[in-house]
Design a binder for this molecule. Structure first.
Ligand SMILES: CC(C)(COP(=O)(O)OP(=O)(O)OC[C@H]1O[C@@H](n2cnc3c(N)ncnc32)[C@H](O)[C@@H]1OP(=O)(O)O)[C@@H](O)C(=O)NCCC(=O)NCCS
Length: 197
């Protein structure tokens, strides 16, 4: 059996990460916008150390899973806003108008971000995204990625971190509960879970 190798993501991994993201997080806003947009977002995350970090798991030399995490959700949201700039936001707004299906998801996300900004301010270290390619799901890659994140946050001197996901994503919620997260609250179709490390 091939062993799993975990490491930090590098620029040459971005397309593969974006492809997995678009496959397993296909209903998200970012996936609808497109693969090159997703790859740019991950490029931002890997270049923003120590604010954010992306770990990957390879099997037989191929990336099969990833996790992106941040020490401060508020700061990373600001960075993404800066990165988009006026033209980027305008293009995204036009995209949303042409794809009304995603308005609800976007609204829920804005409500969640506002809740986090108001209630946690700068103390919301969290998982941003997590995905394992369908062929390798259920084989322990997700667990490996969470344990690596636990270690990273501990090294940063933190004793707790968060994750939020859509409440309807029952398998992800079950996975997080199994990995030691506990529900903190629910807001606009999303659940926030926290883990003491
Ligand atoms: C959720 C996800 C990251 C889990 O990764 P994974 O590599 O498949 O999970 P693991 O094999 O490490 O599972 C660890 C434990 O979580 C639980 N678990 C995993 N998948 C589960 C599922 N679909 N339903 C219920 N429990 C599950 C199991 O208890 C498992 O332990 P076990 O194998 O000893 O029974 C992966 O399935 C995925 O990419 N899903 C689609 C994208 C997504 O929902 N991402 C999270 C939201 S951001």
């Amino acid at each position: 059996m091939d062993s799993q190798i975990i490491s930090e993501a590098k620029p040459e991994n971005l397309n593969r990460i974006a492809a997995i993201h678009q496959t397993v997080l296909k209903d998200t806003f970012t996936s609808q916008v497109g693969k090159s947009f997703i790859a740019k977002l991950y490029e931002l995350l890997i270049s923003d150390e120590p604010l954010s970090k992306v770990f990957i798991v390879k099997k037989a030399g191929v990336v099969e899973g990833f996790i992106s995490i941040t020490r401060s959700r508020l700061a990373i949201n600001n960075r993404v806003n800066q990165f988009l700039g006026f033209t980027g936001k305008l293009r995204l707004s036009l995209f949303v108008l042409l794809h009304p299906r995603i308005i609800k998801e976007l609204f829920n996300k804005i409500m969640l971000d506002n809740y986090i900004a108001k209630n946690y301010r700068d103390s919301y270290p969290s998982i941003l995204t997590l995905g394992v390619s369908p062929k390798y799901q259920g084989k322990g890659i997700g667990r490996t990625l969470i344990l690596r994140s636990d270690k990273y946050f501990k090294e940063q001197g933190l004793s707790k971190y968060f994750v939020d996901t859509e409440m309807k994503n029952k398998s992800a919620v079950q996975f997080y509960l199994e990995l030691g997260f506990r529900p903190a609250t629910t807001i606009s179709g999303n659940i926030i879970l926290e883990k003491n490390i």
